[in-house]
Design a protein around this ligand. Structure first.
Ligand SMILES: NC(=O)c1ccc[n+]([C@@H]2O[C@H](COP(=O)([O-])OP(=O)(O)OC[C@H]3O[C@@H](n4cnc5c(N)ncnc54)[C@H](OP(=O)(O)O)[C@@H]3O)[C@@H](O)[C@H]2O)c1
Length: 256
C-alpha cells in the first residue's frame, strides 16, 4: 500500500474519462480504472506516471462491478475520489424509444453509477472526506431533439447526485458534483460529426463550422481542459463546491 490517494475512474479507456485518469495520475494518485476494456489505458498510465493502476473490466450496469471496484480500491488503501463515466446511450427520437430502451439506459446511466457511488462512499467516510464527480452533458440544461434518453436520464442522475451532496456533506465532508461537457473533441464527437455529415449529405467540415458558429469561444473543448477542471473538482483544492452541475462548454449554455 502506498500513501498516495486513490482515485476510481469508470469509463476510463478513452475521451474525457481517460484524460481525467491521466490528470489524476499526473497529480500523483493511484488509480482503479474501469471500462469494458480498460487494460490498454491502465498499462499506458502505469508506465507514463509510475503510479499504481488496477484495471477492473466491466460495464457500469453490471451488478457486481461496484463490489469489484470497492475491493480493488480498498486493497490500495481506500478511495478518496470517484469519477463516474460511461458511453452515451442510443440516439433515437422520443416516439421510437421502447420500454426496453428506457430500462436498459436507466440501468447504465442511473442505477449503475449510483451503485458504484454507494459502494465507494463508505471508504471516503472512513477517511473523513472524499469527492464524487459525474460526467454529464450540456443537454441536461438545453435538451436536444433525438437524444431523449440522454436528456432525461442524465438529468435524473444529476438530481440524484445533488441529493447525495445534501446528505453526504454533513456526514464527513464528501463533496458531490457533475461536470457537463459542451462539445469536447473526442472520438465520440468525431463519430457524431461524421454521422451528421452523412445524414445531411454535407462535408464534415460544414458540420464542424455550423457547430463552431454556436459556441461563443468558436472552438471545441479538449479532453485535457475538461480533465484539469475535473481533477480540481475531485481534489481537496476544491474545498467548497458541492451539489453543482458545472459546464465546460466555451460559453455555449448561458441559461441559469
Ligand atoms: N464529447 C463530447 O463532446 C460530449 C458532450 C456531451 C456529453 N458527452 C458524454 O460524456 C461521456 C464521455 O464522452 P467521451 O466523448 O469522452 O466518450 P468516449 O471517448 O466514447 O469514451 C467513453 C468511455 O466510456 C466507456 N464505456 C462505454 N460504455 C460503457 C459502459 N457501459 N460502462 C462503462 N464504461 C463504458 C468506454 O470504454 P469501453 O469501450 O472500454 O467500455 C470509454 O472509455 C459520454 O457519456 C458522452 O455521451 C460527451
Amino acid at each position: 500500500m502506498s500513501d498516495r490517494k486513490v482515485a476510481v475512474v469508470t469509463g476510463a479507456s478513452s475521451g474525457m474519462g481517460l484524460a481525467t485518469a491521466r490528470e489524476m495520475a499526473r497529480r500523483g494518485h493511484d488509480l482503479v480504472l474501469s471500462s469494458r476494456r480498460p487494460e490498454v489505458a491502465a498499462d499506458e498510465i502505469r508506465s507514463a506516471f509510475g503510479v499504481r493502476v488496477e484495471a477492473v473490466a466491466g460495464g457500469i450496469a453490471e451488478p457486481d462491478l461496484a463490489a469489484r471496484l470497492a475491493a480493488a480500491a480498498q486493497e490500495m488503501g481506500g478511495a478518496r475520489a470517484l469519477l463516474l463515466n460511461h458511453g452515451g446511450p442510443p440516439v433515437k427520437p422520443m416516439m421510437a424509444l421502447t420500454d426496453e430502451d428506457w430500462s436498459g439506459a436507466f440501468e447504465t446511466m442511473v442505477v449503475g453509477p449510483l451503485r458504484v457511488m454507494r459502494a465507494l462512499v463508505p471508504q471516503m467516510q472512513a477517511a473523513a472526506g472524499g469527492r464524487v464527480l459525474a460526467i454529464s452533458s450540456f443537454t441536461v440544461k438545453a435538451p436536444w431533439a433525438g437524444i431523449g434518453l440522454s436528456n432525461a436520464l442524465r438529468a435524473a442522475l444529476v438530481n440524484a447526485l445533488k441529493t447525495a451532496a445534501l446528505e453526504l456533506g454533513p456526514e464527513g465532508g464528501i463533496l458531490v458534483n457533475a461536470l457537463a461537457p459542451g462539445y469536447v473533441e473526442t472520438d465520440r464527437i468525431r463519430d457524431w460529426n461524421d454521422s451528421y455529415a452523412r445524414q445531411e449529405n454535407v462535408g464534415v467540415e460544414e458540420i464542424r463550422a455550423r457547430t463552431l458558429a454556436t459556441i461563443p469561444l468558436r472552438r471545441y473543448g479538449t479532453p485535457e481542459g475538461y480533465a484539469r477542471l475535473a481533477a480540481f473538482l475531485l481534489s481537496e483544492e476544491n474545498d467548497y463546491v458541492s451539489g453543482q452541475q458545472i459546464l465546460y462548454d466555451g460559453g455555449l449554455v448561458v441559461a441559469n
